[in-house]
Ligand binder design. Sequence first.
Ligand code: SF4
Length: 402
Amino acid sequence: MNELRPLSYSSLRTYLECPLRWKFLYVDKLPETPRPYFSFGRTIHSVLEELVRPFLVPEAVPRKSAGGAQRRLDEWHGEGPLVEGRSQPLSKEQLLAAYDRLWVKEGYTSPEEEARYKLLGENMLLRYYDHFLEEHPRPVAIEEYLQSSLDGIPVHGYVDRIDLTPSGGLEVLDYKTSRELSIQEARDSDQLAMYQVLVEQNYALPVERLTLYHLRTLTPHRTPARGAPAIAQLSQKVGEVADGIRTERFEPTPGRHCERCDFRALCPEFREVPAEERARLEALVDRFVALRREGEKVEEDLHRVADALHAEAERLGVHRLPGRAAVAIRRREEEWSYAPEGVRPLLERSGLIPRASRLDSQEIQRLVRDPTIDPALRREIAQKGGRQVRWYWELDPQEESD
Ligand code: SF4
């Protein structure tokens, strides 16, 4: 059994996608190949942290752990930072200098690719700079590490940014540098739901908005804070993942995500059979394939012969057909099904709902057969149902002839 360490959103997502990949990353701690979009994302996040930090007013928002010692919101008018020395934003030149200094070089496959990304980031940051200053945000935290728990399971994460909203609540923002992003992704985002939990358990103000900020288009995809059912759903996922990790369930789960998995050579789904084993295994696999095909053919023949026997039994009006090896006996099975909306009014009228509260067909059929119930009512209920008849064959070994 694994001792459970706090789950981050990315750990949760990795396990849900492929538990074996999760094991390679979080248990075996195998490194992943650096990728341009990771390096680019890290650089942009670091530069934005420098841009936003002078505006922070963390003292304006009460923290749960610090109790009543915090400043009240009405002590801060929200027109700008309160703390001396923090009010000067970076100039554009300083922003670009920070961009150069914080640039993460690894992962680019060529100088041309790196130059393309560099230019993209520069334009993105300069456009965002103007936008950010015009917005007059009230950030209370940037790249903040938070811990909490969901149904007793520890969770943690770095929240990109937390802002104070005009109505005195909190907005949780996550920056995205991806090519495209839709509002639906913000609505469905488990990442935002997890950040909401982290923020609500650490701050004494409610989370009002959850936002994925698309930097390429300067679009904040804003959604309201998640309600209790969505948090319960997240909690269930976290619980399932925690159980899987504790009980060491690390099965490979192949899919499109395998295309960007660095561990294909280690994964049973993709690992090659050693050359010296191939010939022997090929023979075994070919035998299996042949038997499988034979089995499918036998199955088809079986259905065809059973149908022919059925036709003969119907024609002769018999149920037992003798062969030289055994007697084939035809059996009948019937199943009733009832549409709940058709039966419910009858059961309600006659006070029988408590005896068939699930309104499933088996319960209703029991009522139809119950001799203690008025026969007229039983007939009426039966008329709301439909019957399906299935014939099948048994072989009677007792009647085998030699
Ligand atoms: S290759 Fe696919 S199935 Fe195998 S570990 Fe990677 S993601 Fe999982």
